[in-house]
Design a protein around this ligand. Structure first.
Ligand code: GDP
Length: 140
């Protein structure tokens, strides 16, 4: 197994419900090192850009509205096998079906309002990390 980097985002539902600290604690307990982190409010154009791969899906407009309703906390994470380890810790997309021990099971409420994002592959992780963070923040 190799040391990998992945992008996570604490989404507006979880950030707005004051779960930022609890989610960071879960990530750190699971062995993720936070390389870079910020708190920000995405514009509509930025959210549309981040989720461009989903632009033809029926839920796209709703997803963009959700992701721009409040502040988010993107983080660059590092760990052995980070991409699949984070997906496992997050749980499935539909938070209402997520096991109780997962972050989505604890802090999400629906298929859309699912508390946290995690990159799904090395190629998307690289693109998503570069979307939020500069080389200056990630080079080390
Ligand atoms: P993820 O990789 O588990 O985050 O899932 P996807 O990449 O398939 O979807 C991106 C995000 O779009 C999800 O995390 C949800 O917030 C939202 N989403 C996915 N599927 C649906 C859906 O069927 N309906 C709605 N309203 N939102 C969805």
């Amino acid at each position: 197994m190799a040391i990998e980097r992945t992008l996570t985002i604490i989404k507006p539902d979880a950030a707005g419900a004051s779960h930022i600290g609890e989610i960071i604690t879960e990530l750190e307990r699971a062995g993720f090192h936070i390389l870079a982190m910020r708190k920000m409010h995405l514009s509509r154009a930025q959210a549309e850009g981040f989720y461009a791969v989903h632009r033809d899906r029926p839920f796209f407009e709703s997803l963009v509205t959700f992701m721009t309703e409040g502040e988010i906390v993107p983080m660059a994470l590092e760990r052995e096998n980070a991409i699949s380890a984070l997906r496992e810790l997050m749980g499935p997309t539909n938070a209402s079906e997520a096991p109780a021990g997962t972050i989505r099971g604890k802090f999400g409420t629906s298929i859309e309002r699912n508390a946290i994002h995690g990159s799904d592959a090395p190629e998307t992780a690289a693109v998503e990390l570069a979307f939020f963070f500069s080389r200056l923040e990630l080079d080390r």
